[in-house]
Design a protein. Structure first.
Length: 612
Protein backbone atom coordinates (compact mmCIF):
# COMPACT_ATOMS: atom_id res chain seq x y z
CA UNK A 1 0.00 0.00 0.00
CA UNK A 2 1.50 3.36 -1.01
CA UNK A 3 0.28 6.91 -1.35
CA UNK A 4 0.15 8.74 -4.67
CA UNK A 5 -0.71 12.37 -5.47
CA UNK A 6 -0.97 14.53 -8.57
CA UNK A 7 -1.64 18.21 -9.30
CA UNK A 8 -2.00 20.43 -12.32
CA UNK A 9 -3.08 24.08 -12.18
CA UNK A 10 -1.68 27.60 -11.87
CA UNK A 11 0.28 27.22 -8.60
CA UNK A 12 3.67 25.66 -7.89
CA UNK A 13 3.03 21.91 -7.76
CA UNK A 14 5.77 20.61 -5.45
CA UNK A 15 4.58 22.14 -2.15
CA UNK A 16 1.02 20.97 -2.86
CA UNK A 17 2.27 17.47 -3.67
CA UNK A 18 4.37 17.31 -0.48
CA UNK A 19 1.44 18.50 1.58
CA UNK A 20 -0.76 15.81 0.05
CA UNK A 21 1.85 13.12 0.66
CA UNK A 22 2.13 14.16 4.30
CA UNK A 23 -1.54 13.19 4.71
CA UNK A 24 -0.84 9.79 3.12
CA UNK A 25 2.26 8.71 5.07
CA UNK A 26 0.10 6.23 6.97
CA UNK A 27 -0.08 4.37 3.66
CA UNK A 28 3.67 3.93 3.41
CA UNK A 29 6.78 5.69 4.56
CA UNK A 30 9.99 3.94 3.54
CA UNK A 31 10.81 6.32 0.66
CA UNK A 32 9.22 9.13 -1.37
CA UNK A 33 9.61 11.14 -4.56
CA UNK A 34 8.27 13.92 -6.78
CA UNK A 35 8.21 14.57 -10.51
CA UNK A 36 7.41 18.12 -11.65
CA UNK A 37 7.34 19.51 -15.17
CA UNK A 38 9.39 22.71 -15.13
CA UNK A 39 9.08 25.83 -17.28
CA UNK A 40 11.22 24.28 -20.05
CA UNK A 41 8.76 21.42 -20.28
CA UNK A 42 11.33 19.05 -18.83
CA UNK A 43 10.19 16.69 -16.10
CA UNK A 44 12.43 16.91 -13.04
CA UNK A 45 12.46 13.95 -10.63
CA UNK A 46 13.68 14.03 -7.01
CA UNK A 47 13.53 10.96 -4.73
CA UNK A 48 14.70 10.14 -1.21
CA UNK A 49 14.87 7.06 1.01
CA UNK A 50 13.22 7.36 4.43
CA UNK A 51 10.32 9.41 5.68
CA UNK A 52 8.76 12.20 3.67
CA UNK A 53 10.68 14.77 5.76
CA UNK A 54 13.88 13.69 4.01
CA UNK A 55 12.41 14.49 0.59
CA UNK A 56 10.98 17.75 1.86
CA UNK A 57 14.39 18.77 3.19
CA UNK A 58 16.06 17.73 -0.07
CA UNK A 59 13.71 19.98 -2.05
CA UNK A 60 13.55 22.79 0.51
CA UNK A 61 9.86 22.15 1.05
CA UNK A 62 9.36 21.75 -2.69
CA UNK A 63 10.80 25.16 -3.56
CA UNK A 64 13.69 23.77 -5.60
CA UNK A 65 11.21 22.20 -8.02
CA UNK A 66 9.58 24.81 -10.25
CA UNK A 67 6.52 23.91 -12.25
CA UNK A 68 2.70 23.76 -12.05
CA UNK A 69 2.16 20.11 -12.95
CA UNK A 70 3.46 17.12 -11.06
CA UNK A 71 3.01 13.77 -9.33
CA UNK A 72 4.31 12.38 -6.07
CA UNK A 73 4.58 9.13 -4.10
CA UNK A 74 5.23 7.82 -0.61
CA UNK A 75 6.21 4.16 -0.68
CA UNK A 76 5.45 0.94 1.19
CA UNK A 77 7.82 -1.46 -0.57
CA UNK A 78 6.32 -4.64 -2.00
CA UNK A 79 8.74 -5.37 -4.84
CA UNK A 80 12.30 -4.09 -4.40
CA UNK A 81 13.97 -2.94 -1.17
CA UNK A 82 13.32 0.54 0.19
CA UNK A 83 15.93 2.71 -1.57
CA UNK A 84 16.21 5.94 -3.53
CA UNK A 85 16.60 3.90 -6.69
CA UNK A 86 13.40 1.95 -6.06
CA UNK A 87 11.47 5.00 -4.88
CA UNK A 88 8.83 6.40 -7.23
CA UNK A 89 8.38 8.23 -9.61
CA UNK A 90 9.77 5.86 -12.25
CA UNK A 91 10.38 6.91 -15.84
CA UNK A 92 11.25 5.66 -19.31
CA UNK A 93 14.93 6.15 -20.16
CA UNK A 94 14.14 9.09 -22.48
CA UNK A 95 11.84 10.71 -19.92
CA UNK A 96 8.90 10.34 -22.25
CA UNK A 97 6.71 8.73 -19.58
CA UNK A 98 6.93 9.25 -15.80
CA UNK A 99 4.69 7.58 -13.27
CA UNK A 100 3.83 6.70 -9.71
CA UNK A 101 1.87 3.62 -8.65
CA UNK A 102 0.02 2.13 -5.72
CA UNK A 103 -0.78 -1.58 -6.02
CA UNK A 104 0.80 -4.86 -7.07
CA UNK A 105 1.57 -5.87 -10.66
CA UNK A 106 1.35 -9.65 -10.40
CA UNK A 107 2.76 -10.43 -13.86
CA UNK A 108 5.54 -7.85 -13.74
CA UNK A 109 8.27 -10.46 -14.36
CA UNK A 110 6.80 -11.62 -17.69
CA UNK A 111 6.15 -8.01 -18.75
CA UNK A 112 9.70 -7.07 -17.81
CA UNK A 113 11.05 -9.90 -19.98
CA UNK A 114 8.82 -8.78 -22.87
CA UNK A 115 10.14 -5.24 -22.61
CA UNK A 116 13.74 -6.44 -22.33
CA UNK A 117 13.23 -8.36 -25.56
CA UNK A 118 12.18 -5.02 -27.04
CA UNK A 119 15.30 -3.22 -25.94
CA UNK A 120 14.24 -1.87 -22.58
CA UNK A 121 16.65 -1.86 -19.63
CA UNK A 122 15.69 -1.64 -15.97
CA UNK A 123 17.38 0.29 -13.15
CA UNK A 124 15.13 -0.79 -10.26
CA UNK A 125 13.62 -3.93 -8.78
CA UNK A 126 10.11 -2.55 -8.82
CA UNK A 127 6.97 -3.64 -10.62
CA UNK A 128 6.16 0.03 -11.12
CA UNK A 129 9.09 0.68 -13.44
CA UNK A 130 7.75 -2.17 -15.59
CA UNK A 131 4.29 -0.58 -15.74
CA UNK A 132 5.70 2.83 -16.70
CA UNK A 133 7.91 1.38 -19.44
CA UNK A 134 5.06 -0.76 -20.72
CA UNK A 135 3.01 2.40 -21.23
CA UNK A 136 5.99 4.00 -22.97
CA UNK A 137 6.33 0.89 -25.17
CA UNK A 138 2.71 1.09 -26.32
CA UNK A 139 2.89 4.87 -26.72
CA UNK A 140 5.73 4.45 -29.21
CA UNK A 141 4.45 1.26 -30.80
CA UNK A 142 1.01 2.63 -31.66
CA UNK A 143 2.12 6.27 -32.00
CA UNK A 144 -1.20 7.10 -30.43
CA UNK A 145 -2.29 9.20 -27.50
CA UNK A 146 -1.57 8.68 -23.81
CA UNK A 147 -5.06 7.19 -23.45
CA UNK A 148 -4.29 4.58 -26.16
CA UNK A 149 -0.98 3.71 -24.55
CA UNK A 150 -2.48 3.39 -21.10
CA UNK A 151 -5.39 1.33 -22.41
CA UNK A 152 -3.06 -1.17 -24.05
CA UNK A 153 -1.04 -1.45 -20.86
CA UNK A 154 -4.14 -1.97 -18.73
CA UNK A 155 -5.19 -4.88 -20.90
CA UNK A 156 -1.80 -6.57 -20.40
CA UNK A 157 -1.29 -5.89 -16.71
CA UNK A 158 -2.60 -8.36 -14.09
CA UNK A 159 -2.90 -7.12 -10.56
CA UNK A 160 -3.96 -3.91 -8.86
CA UNK A 161 -2.93 -0.34 -9.61
CA UNK A 162 -3.67 3.31 -9.11
CA UNK A 163 -1.36 5.03 -11.59
CA UNK A 164 -0.60 8.74 -12.09
CA UNK A 165 1.30 9.34 -15.33
CA UNK A 166 2.83 12.34 -17.11
CA UNK A 167 3.89 12.39 -20.76
CA UNK A 168 6.67 14.63 -22.06
CA UNK A 169 4.59 15.66 -25.07
CA UNK A 170 1.55 16.59 -22.96
CA UNK A 171 2.60 19.49 -20.72
CA UNK A 172 0.20 20.52 -17.99
CA UNK A 173 -1.58 17.19 -18.06
CA UNK A 174 -1.71 14.28 -15.62
CA UNK A 175 -3.27 10.93 -16.56
CA UNK A 176 -4.81 8.50 -14.08
CA UNK A 177 -5.58 4.81 -14.43
CA UNK A 178 -7.16 2.57 -11.81
CA UNK A 179 -7.85 -1.08 -11.07
CA UNK A 180 -8.68 -2.17 -7.48
CA UNK A 181 -6.33 0.31 -5.72
CA UNK A 182 -8.04 3.41 -4.32
CA UNK A 183 -7.88 6.76 -6.10
CA UNK A 184 -9.87 9.94 -6.19
CA UNK A 185 -9.67 12.93 -8.51
CA UNK A 186 -10.60 16.44 -7.36
CA UNK A 187 -11.27 19.73 -9.15
CA UNK A 188 -11.44 23.34 -7.96
CA UNK A 189 -10.94 26.79 -9.57
CA UNK A 190 -9.06 25.67 -12.67
CA UNK A 191 -6.98 23.10 -10.79
CA UNK A 192 -7.00 19.31 -10.74
CA UNK A 193 -5.93 16.98 -7.92
CA UNK A 194 -5.28 13.24 -7.76
CA UNK A 195 -4.73 11.18 -4.61
CA UNK A 196 -4.91 7.68 -3.15
CA UNK A 197 -7.19 8.91 -0.43
CA UNK A 198 -9.34 11.87 0.55
CA UNK A 199 -7.08 13.40 3.25
CA UNK A 200 -4.48 14.41 0.65
CA UNK A 201 -6.76 16.85 -1.16
CA UNK A 202 -9.42 17.77 1.39
CA UNK A 203 -7.58 21.03 2.10
CA UNK A 204 -7.98 22.09 -1.54
CA UNK A 205 -11.34 20.74 -2.59
CA UNK A 206 -14.29 18.68 -1.46
CA UNK A 207 -15.46 18.12 -5.04
CA UNK A 208 -14.18 14.76 -6.19
CA UNK A 209 -14.70 12.04 -8.77
CA UNK A 210 -14.34 8.37 -7.78
CA UNK A 211 -12.62 6.90 -10.82
CA UNK A 212 -13.85 3.36 -11.42
CA UNK A 213 -12.04 0.13 -12.12
CA UNK A 214 -10.39 -0.03 -15.57
CA UNK A 215 -11.07 3.66 -16.15
CA UNK A 216 -8.70 6.42 -17.22
CA UNK A 217 -8.78 10.07 -16.23
CA UNK A 218 -7.18 13.01 -18.05
CA UNK A 219 -6.53 15.97 -15.73
CA UNK A 220 -6.05 19.31 -17.51
CA UNK A 221 -7.05 22.97 -16.99
CA UNK A 222 -9.28 22.25 -13.99
CA UNK A 223 -11.25 19.58 -15.85
CA UNK A 224 -11.16 15.77 -15.73
CA UNK A 225 -12.12 13.76 -18.80
CA UNK A 226 -12.81 10.07 -18.26
CA UNK A 227 -12.35 7.18 -20.69
CA UNK A 228 -13.22 3.51 -20.63
CA UNK A 229 -11.01 0.67 -21.83
CA UNK A 230 -12.15 1.25 -25.42
CA UNK A 231 -10.92 4.82 -25.24
CA UNK A 232 -14.48 6.19 -25.35
CA UNK A 233 -15.29 9.19 -23.17
CA UNK A 234 -17.56 8.42 -20.21
CA UNK A 235 -19.41 10.67 -17.84
CA UNK A 236 -18.70 10.57 -14.08
CA UNK A 237 -20.61 12.15 -11.21
CA UNK A 238 -18.91 14.88 -9.16
CA UNK A 239 -19.32 14.07 -5.45
CA UNK A 240 -18.95 16.35 -2.43
CA UNK A 241 -16.88 14.92 0.45
CA UNK A 242 -18.52 15.49 3.82
CA UNK A 243 -15.85 13.83 6.03
CA UNK A 244 -13.44 15.83 8.18
CA UNK A 245 -9.70 15.35 7.57
CA UNK A 246 -9.00 12.95 10.44
CA UNK A 247 -11.96 10.71 9.66
CA UNK A 248 -10.83 10.68 6.04
CA UNK A 249 -7.36 9.29 6.95
CA UNK A 250 -9.17 6.34 8.49
CA UNK A 251 -11.39 6.09 5.42
CA UNK A 252 -14.34 7.01 7.55
CA UNK A 253 -13.63 4.45 10.28
CA UNK A 254 -13.29 5.75 13.83
CA UNK A 255 -9.99 3.92 14.38
CA UNK A 256 -7.22 2.46 12.28
CA UNK A 257 -7.86 -0.89 13.98
CA UNK A 258 -11.39 -1.12 12.59
CA UNK A 259 -10.16 0.01 9.19
CA UNK A 260 -7.48 -2.67 9.26
CA UNK A 261 -9.95 -5.33 10.42
CA UNK A 262 -11.90 -4.49 7.27
CA UNK A 263 -8.74 -4.56 5.14
CA UNK A 264 -8.19 -8.23 6.01
CA UNK A 265 -9.90 -9.59 2.86
CA UNK A 266 -7.58 -7.44 0.73
CA UNK A 267 -4.52 -8.46 2.77
CA UNK A 268 -5.44 -12.14 2.35
CA UNK A 269 -6.05 -11.72 -1.39
CA UNK A 270 -2.81 -9.84 -2.03
CA UNK A 271 -0.70 -12.21 0.06
CA UNK A 272 -2.16 -15.30 -1.59
CA UNK A 273 -1.86 -13.81 -5.08
CA UNK A 274 1.82 -13.10 -4.46
CA UNK A 275 2.50 -16.88 -4.63
CA UNK A 276 -0.45 -18.08 -6.70
CA UNK A 277 0.18 -18.76 -10.40
CA UNK A 278 -2.26 -20.58 -12.67
CA UNK A 279 -4.06 -22.18 -9.77
CA UNK A 280 -0.94 -23.49 -8.07
CA UNK A 281 1.33 -22.15 -5.37
CA UNK A 282 4.82 -21.15 -6.42
CA UNK A 283 7.28 -20.39 -3.63
CA UNK A 284 10.20 -19.64 -5.98
CA UNK A 285 9.89 -15.98 -5.01
CA UNK A 286 10.28 -17.01 -1.38
CA UNK A 287 13.46 -18.84 -2.35
CA UNK A 288 12.35 -22.27 -1.20
CA UNK A 289 12.53 -24.82 -4.00
CA UNK A 290 10.40 -27.97 -3.91
CA UNK A 291 13.62 -29.93 -3.39
CA UNK A 292 14.47 -27.88 -0.32
CA UNK A 293 10.93 -28.31 1.00
CA UNK A 294 11.23 -32.09 0.56
CA UNK A 295 14.51 -32.12 2.46
CA UNK A 296 13.23 -30.50 5.65
CA UNK A 297 13.19 -32.83 8.68
CA UNK A 298 11.68 -30.51 11.33
CA UNK A 299 10.19 -27.05 11.50
CA UNK A 300 10.70 -24.64 14.38
CA UNK A 301 8.53 -21.54 14.35
CA UNK A 302 9.80 -18.63 16.42
CA UNK A 303 7.94 -15.37 17.10
CA UNK A 304 6.40 -13.04 19.68
CA UNK A 305 2.84 -12.03 20.55
CA UNK A 306 0.30 -12.42 17.79
CA UNK A 307 2.97 -13.67 15.41
CA UNK A 308 3.59 -16.48 17.89
CA UNK A 309 -0.12 -17.23 17.79
CA UNK A 310 0.13 -17.60 14.03
CA UNK A 311 2.85 -20.13 14.72
CA UNK A 312 0.52 -21.97 17.07
CA UNK A 313 -2.01 -22.31 14.23
CA UNK A 314 0.73 -23.28 11.80
CA UNK A 315 1.89 -26.11 14.06
CA UNK A 316 -1.45 -27.91 13.77
CA UNK A 317 -1.86 -27.17 10.07
CA UNK A 318 1.65 -28.13 8.92
CA UNK A 319 1.79 -31.26 11.09
CA UNK A 320 -1.51 -32.44 9.66
CA UNK A 321 -0.90 -31.58 6.03
CA UNK A 322 2.83 -32.25 5.74
CA UNK A 323 3.29 -34.89 8.49
CA UNK A 324 6.32 -32.92 9.68
CA UNK A 325 7.30 -32.38 13.34
CA UNK A 326 6.64 -28.72 14.16
CA UNK A 327 7.39 -26.81 17.36
CA UNK A 328 6.56 -23.24 18.21
CA UNK A 329 8.84 -21.19 20.41
CA UNK A 330 8.62 -17.75 21.99
CA UNK A 331 11.54 -15.80 20.57
CA UNK A 332 12.46 -14.38 23.98
CA UNK A 333 12.90 -17.94 25.29
CA UNK A 334 14.35 -19.49 22.15
CA UNK A 335 17.25 -17.07 22.00
CA UNK A 336 18.54 -18.12 25.45
CA UNK A 337 17.95 -21.84 25.23
CA UNK A 338 20.76 -24.32 24.63
CA UNK A 339 19.24 -25.01 21.29
CA UNK A 340 19.21 -28.43 19.72
CA UNK A 341 18.45 -27.93 16.06
CA UNK A 342 18.40 -30.76 13.56
CA UNK A 343 20.76 -30.12 10.63
CA UNK A 344 17.76 -30.23 8.31
CA UNK A 345 15.51 -28.13 10.53
CA UNK A 346 13.86 -25.07 8.99
CA UNK A 347 13.52 -22.19 11.45
CA UNK A 348 10.61 -19.91 10.55
CA UNK A 349 10.63 -16.40 12.05
CA UNK A 350 7.25 -14.68 11.87
CA UNK A 351 7.20 -10.92 12.39
CA UNK A 352 4.97 -8.14 11.06
CA UNK A 353 7.54 -5.40 11.60
CA UNK A 354 10.59 -7.51 10.85
CA UNK A 355 12.33 -5.52 13.60
CA UNK A 356 11.25 -7.25 16.85
CA UNK A 357 14.44 -7.52 18.88
CA UNK A 358 13.77 -10.97 20.34
CA UNK A 359 12.77 -12.40 16.97
CA UNK A 360 15.82 -10.89 15.27
CA UNK A 361 18.07 -12.32 17.97
CA UNK A 362 16.39 -15.71 17.58
CA UNK A 363 17.03 -15.58 13.85
CA UNK A 364 20.71 -14.90 14.45
CA UNK A 365 20.95 -17.74 16.98
CA UNK A 366 19.37 -20.13 14.49
CA UNK A 367 21.73 -19.05 11.74
CA UNK A 368 24.70 -19.41 14.10
CA UNK A 369 23.67 -23.04 14.51
CA UNK A 370 23.58 -23.56 10.77
CA UNK A 371 19.82 -23.80 10.42
CA UNK A 372 18.07 -22.73 7.23
CA UNK A 373 15.84 -19.76 8.02
CA UNK A 374 12.61 -18.45 6.54
CA UNK A 375 11.18 -15.05 7.51
CA UNK A 376 7.46 -14.29 7.19
CA UNK A 377 7.40 -10.49 7.38
CA UNK A 378 5.28 -7.57 6.30
CA UNK A 379 7.99 -4.96 5.83
CA UNK A 380 10.23 -5.22 2.77
CA UNK A 381 13.87 -4.69 3.60
CA UNK A 382 13.35 -5.01 7.37
CA UNK A 383 16.20 -6.45 9.45
CA UNK A 384 14.67 -9.91 9.76
CA UNK A 385 13.85 -9.94 6.03
CA UNK A 386 17.41 -8.97 5.15
CA UNK A 387 19.12 -11.50 7.40
CA UNK A 388 16.94 -14.57 6.80
CA UNK A 389 17.91 -17.05 4.08
CA UNK A 390 14.40 -16.99 2.61
CA UNK A 391 11.58 -14.43 2.85
CA UNK A 392 7.82 -14.77 2.42
CA UNK A 393 6.48 -11.21 2.30
CA UNK A 394 2.94 -10.73 3.52
CA UNK A 395 1.08 -8.07 1.55
CA UNK A 396 -0.98 -6.47 4.30
CA UNK A 397 0.37 -2.96 3.72
CA UNK A 398 1.27 -0.65 6.59
CA UNK A 399 -0.49 -1.59 9.82
CA UNK A 400 -0.94 1.45 12.04
CA UNK A 401 -2.95 0.15 15.00
CA UNK A 402 -0.75 -1.38 17.69
CA UNK A 403 -3.08 -4.39 17.91
CA UNK A 404 -2.37 -6.40 14.80
CA UNK A 405 -5.26 -7.74 12.73
CA UNK A 406 -4.66 -7.70 8.96
CA UNK A 407 -0.99 -8.61 9.33
CA UNK A 408 -1.97 -11.58 11.54
CA UNK A 409 -4.44 -12.71 8.86
CA UNK A 410 -1.86 -12.28 6.11
CA UNK A 411 0.64 -14.33 8.11
CA UNK A 412 -1.94 -17.10 8.44
CA UNK A 413 -2.23 -17.25 4.65
CA UNK A 414 1.53 -17.46 4.35
CA UNK A 415 1.76 -20.44 6.69
CA UNK A 416 -1.21 -22.15 4.99
CA UNK A 417 0.64 -21.82 1.66
CA UNK A 418 3.79 -23.24 3.22
CA UNK A 419 1.79 -26.16 4.70
CA UNK A 420 -0.02 -26.94 1.46
CA UNK A 421 3.17 -26.76 -0.60
CA UNK A 422 5.00 -28.98 1.90
CA UNK A 423 2.15 -31.49 1.75
CA UNK A 424 2.17 -31.47 -2.03
CA UNK A 425 5.90 -31.89 -2.59
CA UNK A 426 6.20 -34.48 0.18
CA UNK A 427 3.23 -36.42 -1.17
CA UNK A 428 1.36 -36.35 2.14
CA UNK A 429 -1.74 -34.85 0.47
CA UNK A 430 -3.25 -35.75 -2.88
CA UNK A 431 -3.07 -33.38 -5.83
CA UNK A 432 -6.85 -33.20 -5.70
CA UNK A 433 -6.90 -32.14 -2.03
CA UNK A 434 -4.07 -29.66 -2.75
CA UNK A 435 -6.20 -28.03 -5.43
CA UNK A 436 -9.13 -27.99 -3.00
CA UNK A 437 -7.00 -26.27 -0.36
CA UNK A 438 -5.79 -23.64 -2.82
CA UNK A 439 -9.34 -23.02 -4.01
CA UNK A 440 -10.58 -22.73 -0.43
CA UNK A 441 -7.89 -20.15 0.34
CA UNK A 442 -9.15 -18.01 -2.53
CA UNK A 443 -12.61 -18.08 -0.94
CA UNK A 444 -11.45 -16.89 2.49
CA UNK A 445 -11.63 -13.11 1.73
CA UNK A 446 -15.32 -13.33 0.86
CA UNK A 447 -15.99 -15.43 3.96
CA UNK A 448 -14.22 -12.86 6.14
CA UNK A 449 -16.47 -10.20 4.61
CA UNK A 450 -19.48 -12.29 5.61
CA UNK A 451 -18.26 -12.38 9.22
CA UNK A 452 -17.80 -8.61 9.15
CA UNK A 453 -21.45 -8.20 8.17
CA UNK A 454 -22.37 -9.58 11.62
CA UNK A 455 -20.38 -7.03 13.60
CA UNK A 456 -23.48 -5.35 15.01
CA UNK A 457 -24.29 -8.39 17.17
CA UNK A 458 -20.78 -8.39 18.57
CA UNK A 459 -20.97 -4.71 19.37
CA UNK A 460 -24.19 -5.37 21.30
CA UNK A 461 -22.60 -8.24 23.28
CA UNK A 462 -19.33 -6.35 23.86
CA UNK A 463 -21.11 -3.36 25.34
CA UNK A 464 -22.29 -5.67 28.17
CA UNK A 465 -18.75 -6.82 28.94
CA UNK A 466 -17.23 -3.42 29.61
CA UNK A 467 -16.93 -4.23 33.31
CA UNK A 468 -15.87 -7.85 32.97
CA UNK A 469 -13.04 -8.80 35.31
CA UNK A 470 -11.63 -12.14 34.15
CA UNK A 471 -12.40 -13.61 30.76
CA UNK A 472 -11.46 -17.11 29.65
CA UNK A 473 -10.94 -18.23 26.08
CA UNK A 474 -10.99 -21.97 25.52
CA UNK A 475 -10.46 -24.15 22.48
CA UNK A 476 -8.86 -27.34 21.23
CA UNK A 477 -6.44 -27.75 18.33
CA UNK A 478 -6.56 -24.79 15.95
CA UNK A 479 -9.31 -23.35 18.15
CA UNK A 480 -6.89 -23.23 21.08
CA UNK A 481 -4.43 -21.30 18.90
CA UNK A 482 -7.20 -18.88 17.95
CA UNK A 483 -8.11 -18.50 21.62
CA UNK A 484 -4.57 -17.35 22.32
CA UNK A 485 -4.99 -14.53 19.80
CA UNK A 486 -8.49 -13.63 20.97
CA UNK A 487 -7.28 -13.35 24.55
CA UNK A 488 -4.32 -11.14 23.61
CA UNK A 489 -6.53 -8.83 21.54
CA UNK A 490 -8.88 -8.33 24.50
CA UNK A 491 -6.08 -7.81 27.01
CA UNK A 492 -4.00 -5.40 25.00
CA UNK A 493 -6.71 -2.93 24.03
CA UNK A 494 -9.34 -3.24 26.80
CA UNK A 495 -6.95 -3.89 29.72
CA UNK A 496 -9.32 -6.62 30.97
CA UNK A 497 -7.45 -9.63 32.31
CA UNK A 498 -8.10 -12.72 30.22
CA UNK A 499 -6.41 -16.03 29.57
CA UNK A 500 -6.60 -18.64 26.85
CA UNK A 501 -6.65 -22.27 27.86
CA UNK A 502 -6.52 -25.53 26.00
CA UNK A 503 -10.02 -26.70 26.95
CA UNK A 504 -8.70 -30.06 28.10
CA UNK A 505 -6.56 -28.23 30.67
CA UNK A 506 -9.49 -26.69 32.55
CA UNK A 507 -9.85 -29.67 34.86
CA UNK A 508 -6.16 -29.48 35.76
CA UNK A 509 -6.65 -26.39 37.91
CA UNK A 510 -8.07 -23.49 35.97
CA UNK A 511 -11.70 -24.45 36.39
CA UNK A 512 -11.40 -23.48 40.05
CA UNK A 513 -11.36 -19.88 38.82
CA UNK A 514 -14.80 -20.10 37.21
CA UNK A 515 -17.40 -18.28 39.27
CA UNK A 516 -20.93 -17.03 38.76
CA UNK A 517 -20.98 -14.82 35.67
CA UNK A 518 -17.39 -15.49 34.58
CA UNK A 519 -17.30 -15.03 30.82
CA UNK A 520 -15.97 -18.09 29.00
CA UNK A 521 -15.51 -17.69 25.26
CA UNK A 522 -15.39 -21.03 23.55
CA UNK A 523 -14.05 -21.42 20.02
CA UNK A 524 -15.55 -24.50 18.40
CA UNK A 525 -14.71 -24.89 14.69
CA UNK A 526 -12.95 -28.28 14.75
CA UNK A 527 -15.64 -30.89 14.15
CA UNK A 528 -13.57 -33.81 15.42
CA UNK A 529 -13.31 -32.09 18.80
CA UNK A 530 -16.82 -30.64 18.88
CA UNK A 531 -18.32 -32.98 21.46
CA UNK A 532 -15.30 -32.72 23.71
CA UNK A 533 -15.28 -28.97 23.86
CA UNK A 534 -19.03 -28.76 24.34
CA UNK A 535 -18.64 -30.95 27.42
CA UNK A 536 -15.95 -28.52 28.64
CA UNK A 537 -18.44 -25.73 28.13
CA UNK A 538 -21.02 -27.63 30.20
CA UNK A 539 -18.43 -28.05 32.98
CA UNK A 540 -17.94 -24.28 33.03
CA UNK A 541 -21.65 -23.56 32.82
CA UNK A 542 -22.36 -25.83 35.77
CA UNK A 543 -20.04 -23.60 37.79
CA UNK A 544 -21.87 -20.43 36.83
CA UNK A 545 -19.99 -19.32 33.73
CA UNK A 546 -21.59 -17.10 31.07
CA UNK A 547 -20.85 -18.93 27.81
CA UNK A 548 -20.05 -17.28 24.47
CA UNK A 549 -19.94 -19.89 21.70
CA UNK A 550 -18.04 -19.14 18.44
CA UNK A 551 -18.64 -21.84 15.86
CA UNK A 552 -19.32 -22.56 12.18
CA UNK A 553 -22.74 -22.27 10.56
CA UNK A 554 -24.62 -25.53 10.97
CA UNK A 555 -23.43 -26.30 14.50
CA UNK A 556 -26.69 -25.00 15.89
CA UNK A 557 -26.80 -27.55 18.74
CA UNK A 558 -24.31 -25.32 20.54
CA UNK A 559 -27.25 -23.03 21.34
CA UNK A 560 -28.42 -25.63 23.86
CA UNK A 561 -25.32 -24.82 25.91
CA UNK A 562 -24.06 -21.34 25.07
CA UNK A 563 -25.75 -18.15 26.25
CA UNK A 564 -24.56 -16.19 23.20
CA UNK A 565 -23.46 -17.67 19.88
CA UNK A 566 -21.80 -16.18 16.85
CA UNK A 567 -21.26 -18.12 13.65
CA UNK A 568 -18.62 -18.04 10.96
CA UNK A 569 -18.85 -19.60 7.48
CA UNK A 570 -17.60 -23.13 7.03
CA UNK A 571 -14.19 -23.57 5.45
CA UNK A 572 -11.53 -26.25 5.38
CA UNK A 573 -10.93 -26.65 9.10
CA UNK A 574 -7.20 -26.09 8.68
CA UNK A 575 -8.11 -22.50 7.74
CA UNK A 576 -10.78 -21.93 10.42
CA UNK A 577 -8.52 -19.53 12.33
CA UNK A 578 -8.82 -16.97 9.53
CA UNK A 579 -12.57 -16.75 10.14
CA UNK A 580 -12.82 -17.42 13.88
CA UNK A 581 -10.33 -14.67 14.73
CA UNK A 582 -12.50 -11.92 13.22
CA UNK A 583 -15.32 -11.99 15.82
CA UNK A 584 -12.65 -12.01 18.53
CA UNK A 585 -10.96 -8.96 17.01
CA UNK A 586 -14.31 -7.19 16.83
CA UNK A 587 -15.21 -8.19 20.40
CA UNK A 588 -11.94 -6.75 21.73
CA UNK A 589 -12.41 -3.59 19.66
CA UNK A 590 -15.95 -2.95 20.89
CA UNK A 591 -15.12 -3.71 24.55
CA UNK A 592 -12.24 -1.24 24.37
CA UNK A 593 -14.57 1.30 22.77
CA UNK A 594 -17.18 0.71 25.50
CA UNK A 595 -14.49 1.38 28.07
CA UNK A 596 -13.56 4.64 26.35
CA UNK A 597 -9.96 3.60 25.73
CA UNK A 598 -7.50 4.54 22.98
CA UNK A 599 -8.03 1.56 20.71
CA UNK A 600 -5.20 2.34 18.28
CA UNK A 601 -2.59 3.28 20.87
CA UNK A 602 -3.11 1.15 24.03
CA UNK A 603 -1.08 2.12 27.10
CA UNK A 604 2.48 0.78 27.61
CA UNK A 605 2.61 -0.81 24.15
CA UNK A 606 4.48 -0.05 20.91
CA UNK A 607 3.78 -1.22 17.40
CA UNK A 608 7.21 -2.76 17.12
CA UNK A 609 9.20 -3.92 20.16
CA UNK A 610 12.72 -3.23 18.97
CA UNK A 611 14.24 -3.56 22.45
CA UNK A 612 14.58 -6.63 24.69
C1 LIG B 1 -0.21 -7.94 18.75
O1 LIG B 1 -1.46 -7.28 18.58
C2 LIG B 1 0.84 -7.03 19.31
N1 LIG B 1 0.96 -5.85 18.56
C3 LIG B 1 2.17 -7.77 19.54
O2 LIG B 1 1.90 -8.95 20.25
C4 LIG B 1 2.94 -8.16 18.27
O3 LIG B 1 2.26 -9.20 17.60
C5 LIG B 1 4.34 -8.65 18.70
O4 LIG B 1 5.00 -7.60 19.35
C6 LIG B 1 5.19 -9.14 17.52
O5 LIG B 1 5.43 -8.06 16.65
P1 LIG B 1 6.05 -8.41 15.20
O6 LIG B 1 5.03 -9.26 14.50
O7 LIG B 1 6.25 -7.08 14.54
O8 LIG B 1 7.33 -9.16 15.42
Amino acid sequence: MCGIVGYTGQRQAAPILLDGLSKLEYRGYDSAGLAVRNRDGEIEIVKAKGRLAVLSEKTDGGRTLQGCCGIGHTRWATHGEPSENNAHPHCSDDGNVVGVHNGIIENYQELREKLQRNGYRFYSGTDTEVAVKLIDYYYKKYLGTPVDAINHAMVRIRGSYALAIMFKEYPGEVFAARKESPMILGVADGECYLASDVPAILKYTRNVYYIGNMEIGRLKDGKVTFYNLDGDEIEKELVEILWDAEAAEKAGYEHFMMKEIHEQPRAITDTLNSVLQDGALNLDGVGLTDEELKDISHICIVACGSAYHVGAVAQYVIEDLAKLPVRVELASEFRYRSLLLDPKELVVIISQSGETADSLAALREAKKRGASTLAVVNVVGSSIAREADHVFYTMAGPEIAVATTKAYSAQLIAVYCLAAQLGKVRGTITEEYYQELVREMTLLPEKVNKVLEEKGRLQWFAAKQANAKDVFFIGRGVDYAVSLEGSLKLKEISYIHSEAYAAGELKHGTISLIEDGTLVISVVTQSALFEKIVSNMVECKSRGAQLFGLTSYGNYSIEDTADFVTYVPKTDEHFAASLAVVPLQLLAYYVSLARGLDVDKPRNLAKSVTVE
